[in-house]
Every structure is written in C-alpha cells, then in structure tokens.
Design a protein around this ligand. Structure first.
Ligand code: XMP
Length: 523
C-alpha cells in the first residue's frame, strides 16, 4: 500500500488514541472523544507500547471488535501497554482482551447478547460518576468476562452480564462490556466524558480549528515541494479537501474535475464557476463522458459498474497527471465511513458492504502517494471543518453525491436517455425540496430511475413508462439513516411535476426504508 501522511506524529496536547479491533462503531468512540474536546483517532491494534508512549496520550481506548478472544487469529495488543501508567478503557472486546491479558477467565458463548439491557450500578464513582443507578445500555457481544480476577472490582452488572463495568484495583484500567459510544446507550456520552475529563484529565479544549492547523502542517511536511492533484467532484468532501490543501500548499495544488457524463444537471457549470472564481484554484475540467458511458454500456451489476467507473477514473487521472507534468500526490476527500464500508479499517476485519471507487488501488495505479486529510472524520465533522475554512454554505451544506454519480441511481444498465430522465426528475425534486425549506433538514434527497415500466393513463391514452423513486433521508453520519417524513403535500407537488414535466415518466414512488437494513443509495 502507498504510504500516507497518517504515520506522522500527532501535534495535539491531548490525544486519546483508540486501538481499532474492528468494531463498526470504533470510529464513533473517536468522534465522541473529539466532541468532548480531546483529539482522537483510530490506530492499529499492533501499535507497540513504546510507540503509544511516544504519542504522549492522556488515555487509551481499546475498541470493540467482531472476534472472540479465543479465535486463532484474534487481534491482541502489546501487554506492555497496561504498564504505561496511562488510563485505559476497554470497550466490549477491548474489555475482554484486557481482562484476559491480565489473567481473568472469559466465557465463550454461542449465544450472542444483542440489544438493550438494564444496567444496575453498584459503585457510582469514577467512570460511572453521576450516572443514574439504573440505566439502559447497548450490548452486542458473544463472550463475556466470567471469572473476574481479584485484581478487579465490579462496578455494574446487567441481568445476564455479572461484570458489565469493571475497574482494576491498582492499574488505571477499566472496562465496559456494552457500547457507550452509540446513542442507544443514553448515558454513554456521560461515561465516556467521565473517562476523558475525570480520569484522563482532559481540559476539553480541542477544536476543529486546531485540527485544520495541524492537518495543514502535516500535509506540508508530507508533500514537501511535490505536486498534488485533487479530484474535485463538487461535493462537500472533495471541496473541503481541496480548500484545506489550497490553504496548506497553495499553487502546488491542481484540481481535476472529471465530467464523467454521470453528473446532475448544470453540475459542471456550477463547479467551474465556484472553484475557479471563489477559490482561485488551478482547475482542469476533463471531458470524459463518452469513455465512461462506453465502459458502462450494457452493465447491470452495481459492483461491476463501480469497478469500471473506478478504473476509468484511474485512466483519466493518469492522463491528466501526465498533462500537468507529473503529480507526486493524489488528494482525496475520503471520509471515515468510506474507509470502514470498504473494509479498510485498521483491524482489517470490518465487512465490505460496497466498493467505494475513491478508496483502493488508485494511488498504486497512478504511481503517486495518497493524501487524505479527512480520513478520520465523519461527514458532519468535515462540514464543520469546511465552515472553519470559510467555505460558503451552498458548498458546506450540499447534500453528498456519490463518486459513481447517477450510474448508481439509474438501476441496471446506464444509457443517455435514462440519464436525461433522471437529471430532469432530480432537478425538479431538489427545486421543490429547497422551496419547501427542507434541504437543510434532510441529509440527502435524490431521484432514482427504476429498471421497470408501469402502465398509466395520460389524457385518453395508455402509457407504459418509467418509474422514478424518491429517496430522502435524515442522517448525521450516513452510517445509519432514516427515511425523511416529507409532508404529503410536498410529495404530491413533486410527483405531479415529475410526471407532468419529465417525458417518459408516469409514476413516482417514495422509498420508506431505513439504513440498515437498506443502504442510502439503491446500488
Ligand atoms: P450508502 O448507499 O452506502 O451511502 O448507504 C452512504 C453515503 O455514501 C455515499 N456513497 C458513495 N460515495 N462513492 C462515493 O463517493 C461511492 O461509491 C458511494 N456509494 C455511496 C452515498 O451517497 C451516501 O452519502
């Protein structure tokens, strides 16, 4: 894998790294720590005690993970970390691992406990300070600590988990069997804050502006006097990435906008106007629509579409990099959810749900190194960073648009006629959402063209036309989402307008699926 700027030392006063054992919610722990005002990021579970010490952390968290501590290749940590004298919090697998390393007995259960459980607190000090005696916690585990060694005290239990919160008697080590980072644990934030502020002694002063300065500094050191190209999509992630790089390295940056023929209506004009005029960035627009559409002709499988789009992007970038005169680095606005959903977590254990074209082999193919300044952030954190960078609202609050563009919103094979229908329907949909002041209240709203036809009647004639599905979701991190309760009268206006104004559509349906189990995009 190409080296990345991630390995440079972190310049923050207060760092609480999270050892990533592969839980889908590990990065949420980092985010909660950042919200509490200390810097946090996921690091590899193989990080040695000496490397950890060199980071000068005020605390360490061991995340959850899908393994059993008894699995053959169960990830583990350097046992020396427990001797560093730094406060350590083990979460779920992290707690079991810590207890096992220190000699406790863990029971392996074929029965998974998954869901809410009532927590009964026996000792409301330290980690559980000011948490109600009886509260609810979110459990998701198979194994649990069974024979708690006399080195530990039990602070709380649930009906099925006798040692739900434990504390070591002499080491600054504690563990929770449940997940305090998820919203289903109502006092989880308080428990984490007790750890961060009360136990680790954080002053809670870390702010996104500090991240910006530190990240600019890291980028400058990492790229030296090299040339960086940045793929600009017009979406918030790549815009924030480009603005950060522009601040960090000025005219060493060239942005490339690929018109892949899969864009929304007027998108190209908007991006050109915005980024050339507003940012004064060296912006190259590549007209590659024909090549992308030729690659996609007749291809119905969503993953294959993504794969082909990804490959074409690589080709286009290679050519553009050659025109620019050789780039040394490629910058991408990859966010944490992109990383985890592509199965690229530190522990290498998270399941691959979708292939994201913007994570993977691109830098190796290009012979460049990767710069991904937003890789540890969630979408709303990237937006905050965008505000700190002074980006206008219309960019910062723009709904995300996937790299593969309309190709994953036109189900089945992609063709020009379908893309035009989709563009027109999408434009009407967004006009109505903005007019109803619903744009900022929704996380993502878009039209999907279904690969079916349905019978209708227009005037006195029978029609047999296309179906548009409307997808509107509310979400804060895009890892989970709920369908937005758009008022019926707004839906009625959208439906009327699409059916009347978009030739070839005679039916509009509304998607009422949450994520999970559905995903936000239909492909
Ligand atoms: P899903 O469909 O996975 O989407 O629930 C979560 C968020 O990711 C966006 N998305 C993508 N973004 N390349 C991207 O850059 C992709 O291949 C891709 N697939 C989904 C999606 O629009 C939503 O915001």
């Amino acid at each position: 894998m190409a080296p990345s700027q991630q390995h440079h030392p972190l310049p923050y006063d207060e760092i609480i790294p999270v050892l990533d054992f592969g839980s889908q919610t590990a990065q949420l722990i980092c985010r909660r720590i950042r919200e509490a005002g200390a810097f946090s990021k996921l690091i590899s579970p193989t990080t040695s005690a000496a490397e950890l010490k060199a980071m000068n952390p005020i605390g360490i968290v061991l995340s959850g993970g899908p393994s059993s501590v008894y699995d053959d290749n169960a990830p583990t940590c350097d046992p020396e970390i427990f001797k560093l004298g730094i406060p350590i919090l083990g979460v779920c697998y992290g707690m079991q691992l810590a207890c096992k390393v220190l000699g406790c007995e863990i029971t392996h259960s074929s029965h998974h406990e998954y869901g809410r459980a009532g927590l009964h607190i026996e000792n409301r000090t330290g980690l559980l300070d000011a948490v109600p005696e009886k509260t609810t916690v979110w459990m998701s585990h198979g194994d649990q600590v069974h024979g708690l060694d006399e080195q530990f005290d039990t602070l709380a239990s649930t009906p099925t988990c006798p040692h739900a919160v434990v504390r070591h008697k002499s080491l600054p080590l504690m563990g929770v069997q449940f997940h305090p980072e998820v919203t289903h644990t109502p006092h989880g934030v308080d428990i984490l804050r007790n750890f961060i502020v009360g136990i680790c002694g954080s002053h809670g002063q870390w702010k996104m502006a500090e991240f910006l300065e530190a990240e600019c500094d890291r980028v400058r050191k990492f790229v030296g006097d090299g040339r960086v190209i940045c793929g600009l999509s017009g979406g918030v992630d790549s815009a924030v990435c480009a603005a950060l790089l522009s601040k960090a390295i000025g005219d060493q940056l060239t942005c490339v906008f690929v018109d892949n023929g899969l864009l929304r209506k007027n998108e190209r004009d908007l991006v050109e106007a915005e980024f050339r005029d507003h940012f004064h960035i060296d912006l190259r627009v590549v007209d590659a629509g024909d090549a992308f559409l030729a690659d996609l002709a007749g291809i119905e499988d969503p993953q294959e579409k993504r794969r082909r789009i990804g490959h074409r992007f690589v080709e286009v970038f290679k050519e553009e990099a050659a025109h620019i005169g050789g780039a040394d680095f490629l910058a991408q606005g990859t966010l944490y959810p992109d990383v985890i959903e592509s199965g690229h977590g530190h522990a290498g254990q998270s399941a691959t749900i979708k292939i994201h074209h913007n994570v993977g082999g691109l830098p190796d193919e290009l012979g460049v190194q990767l710069v991904e300044p937003l890789r540890d952030l969630f979408k709303d954190e990237a937006r905050r960073l965008g505000e700190v960078l002074g980006l206008p609202d219309r960019i910062v609050w723009r709904h995300p648009f996937p790299g593969p563009g309309l190709a994953v919103r036109m189900l089945g094979a992609v063709d020009e006629e379908g893309l035009n229908i989709l563009r027109n329907a999408d434009e009407i949909l967004l006009e109505e959402i903005v007019a109803s002041s619903l744009y900022r209240q929704t996380a993502q709203v878009f039209a999907v063209l279904l690969p079916v036809r349905s019978v209708g009647v227009m005037g006195d004639s029978r029609t047999y036309d296309r179906v548009i599905a409307i997808r509107a979701v509310e979400s804060s991190d895009f890892m989970t989402a709920d369908w937005a309760r758009i008022p019926f009268d707004v839906l009625a206006r959208i439906s009327n307008r699409i059916i009347n104004e978009v030739v070839g559509v005679n039916r509009v349906v509304y998607d009422i699926s949450s994520k999970p189990p559905a995903t936000i995009e239909w492909e």
